[in-house]
Design a protein around this ligand. Sequence first.
Ligand SMILES: Cc1ncc(COP(=O)(O)O)c(C=O)c1O
Length: 347
Amino acid sequence: MIDLRSDTVTRPTPGMRAAIAAAVVGDEQMREDPTVNELQERVAELLGQERALFLPTATMANQIALKLHGRPGDVLVAEQHSHILIYEFGGAAVHAGLLTVGLPGTAGRLTPSQVRDAAATAEDVVDQRPAVLVVENTHNVAGGRVWPLDDLEDVVAAARAGGLGVHMDGARLMNAAVALGVPAAAIGSHVDTVTLCLSKGLGCPLGAILAGPADLMEVAWRQKFLFGGAMRQAGMIAAAALYALDHHVDRLAVDHERARRLAAAWHAAGIPVELDRVETNFVQIDTSLLDLPRPQVLAALREAGVGLSPTFGPTHIRAVTHLDLDDADIERALEIVSEALGAHARA
Ligand SMILES: Cc1ncc(COP(=O)(O)O)c(C=O)c1O
């Protein structure tokens, strides 16, 4: 099967496996793993932050960030389809005790006035403390959409004026940086804390980073223990991340170009794809505009040899390009999906 379900399906390349095998390691809990330490220093600089902390997953990074920003009963504001609200099992309430205010976004983005109003409502109307705004970049459910830098600056300014800290769920921040053609720090330095995932487009088997100010990261270090995320010879995995930073960042542009190629071909075949929404490595298809229900669409594609996946909500499916695909896979996926679904587009 040509697996376009997610960019998390990648397996370590031979080069990455060699880097893992050669890793110099120590006890991470004693802060003595040189490879972890090197990764943390490198990613802090990459993201324009003072310090970075290596963690097993981006979910843990996001959850720790929420605990840094808020106390039980405080308010978290986020776009309503953010990963942090819908895919993290209510962790914001469970771990940090936060009240969540989910607001409808456009392309996964909130406007400054939405953020201002949410902060004011929490504070003035119900006497709650607005604690944190989460922005997701790229936004998964919206289809890998990117925050333009001006919009990001404006929303961060509104959040700060309203007394909110800002956390960026930048699981796919490197995709955003490559799409905008800017250094990652030009994005990451705008926010107080930022998550970066290593196991998506960057192709590592696992791992994530939380970065932010040194004092907050020292608190995060203790939270890492509390969450059970403090590891031992974790340099085995950090070595994969260092390898990925050297070899798998610039090539994200290839994933983006392939997503655009798929989208253009499927659109030409009459499949409901909105071309101007393809900004990074996701292509979404609206199955409500096909004459087959979503489960049958996915089953038919799988039968024909291409895996796509459902995305949040009742109708959309997505194709996600990644490191484990080559041009021949893209050409075949382009033909197979066009053939399987082209005839099912509603007039
Ligand atoms: C936007 C976003 N944030 C966070 C995560 C969580 O990543 P992990 O699986 O490493 O916990 C994901 C995973 O898909 C994601 O898409």
